[in-house]
Design a protein around this ligand. Sequence first.
Ligand code: FES
Length: 104
Amino acid sequence: MIYIGSAGDEYAVEADVGDTVMAAAVRNGVPGIVAECGGNCSCATCHVWVDDEFTPLVGPPGDMEEDLLDMAVSERRAGSRLSCQIRVTEELDGLTVAIPPEQP
Ligand code: FES
């Protein structure tokens, strides 16, 4: 997986199938993914922008996530997702996400 920081800094991380995109980032010290609630879909501090190429593979947010994205993130875009709600699969090999400059 590749995480791109707001300054253009890139972090390539090995993630296991079944991991969440948030957990892989936190475990590997990727800055900018705060994950205050620990993955319970209640803080929105794990917001990322999924690269266009991967948005069809990642799929849309669930209902609870949708509400949080609407209310809590500073800049919602088409690829906005909460990274704790994205499970890593074989298909997502090479998944690239950008990290917003600020988390709520
Ligand atoms: Fe809190 Fe994802 S870690 S919503």
